[in-house]
Design a protein around this ligand. Structure first.
Ligand SMILES: [Zn+2]
Length: 282
């Protein structure tokens, strides 16, 4: 993929009008259906409102209604730019950086983040073939692996198909009874699952999976193609992104945050600029 640069962004979206036009064309790709006229009619942009008006009857249509942009005082171009920034680097940016870039308050930047992340949620798509599963702890000063210091943090279960997608899910705990239903939702049976020696993963075979593990406690990381390096790679992205940014947070909010990383990971090889993929979810 050609990289979609800041210059590309600025020439495609020079102002609010261009953003609104894009949004309108995306939402009404077959033309705007006018309710009073009861058919698709030509519409014209109103100069003083973020709206279009039916050329026949004058009825107004607001493309931002029903999207995350509805009722926001932040300009549409700022919203678009925030999405562009969130997708421009592998680790994303912080609310602090967004605040600086846009000249908005921290509160506004933070709220924009939260809204944009809702567009980046994962929809489960069954994985198959070779799949790695591992867990990670977030919240607190040091995110990281299980073990000492993990108390009070929120566990995240990571599932990745090699050369494919990742799903990362914040959970209440890592008991098998919690983990297995999540695995079943994301991984087709008969798949080959690789994990480490953690007892939670005992019994995956009984769930209908092929299962091989490496013994991390013995410092064994790779045996042939048995390893969890792919999911470890995802954890390191996550860890780098949250360093210095994060404090203890609720499971729900944490999920919102993890979704952003999973989204970037899952769309890293797309033909279409990631930023436009986010936009398509509005
Ligand atoms: Zn009309």
């Amino acid at each position: 993929m050609e990289r979609y640069t800041i210059n590309d962004f600025n020439s495609q979206f020079p102002n609010d009008s261009a953003c609104l036009e894009y949004l309108k064309n995306y939402l009404y790709s077959n033309g705007i259906y006018c309710k009073p006229c009861q058919k698709i009619t030509p519409h014209s942009r109103l100069t003083k409102r973020m709206a279009y008006s039916c050329n026949r009857c004058g009825n107004h249509v607001y493309p931002m209604v029903g999207t995350i942009f509805e009722g926001s005082r932040t300009s549409l171009k700022h919203w678009f730019y925030a999405m562009f920034l969130m997708s421009a680097t592998r680790c994303g940016i912080s609310a602090k950086q967004l605040q600086r870039e846009l000249g908005v308050t921290y509160k506004t930047a933070w709220r924009m983040f939260r809204e944009i992340r809702t567009l980046m949620q994962i929809s489960p798509q069954p994985m198959s073939g070779e799949v790695e599963i591992d867990d990670f702890y977030m919240g607190g000063k040091r995110p990281g692996k299980r073990g000492r210091g993990a108390e009070g943090k929120t566990p995240v279960l990571g599932i990745v198909q090699r050369k494919g997608r990742v799903a990362a899910l914040a959970t209440t705990d890592l008991k098998s009874s919690t983990v297995f239903p999540i695995v079943k939702e994301h991984v087709l049976s008969e798949s080959m699952i690789y994990t480490d020696e953690y007892t939670t993963y005992d019994g995956l075979k009984k769930q209908g999976y092929a299962h091989k593990r490496v013994h991390h406690a013995s410092k064994v990381w790779v045996v042939g193609n048995v390893h969890t390096n792919t999911i470890e790679g995802f954890w390191s992205l996550l860890k780098r992104g949250i360093n210095g940014v994060y404090h203890a947070v609720s499971q729900k909010y944490l999920q919102n945050y993890v979704d952003e990383y999973a989204f970037r990971y899952n769309h890293r090889k797309d033909e279409q600029p990631m930023f436009l993929t986010i936009l398509e979810k509005v």
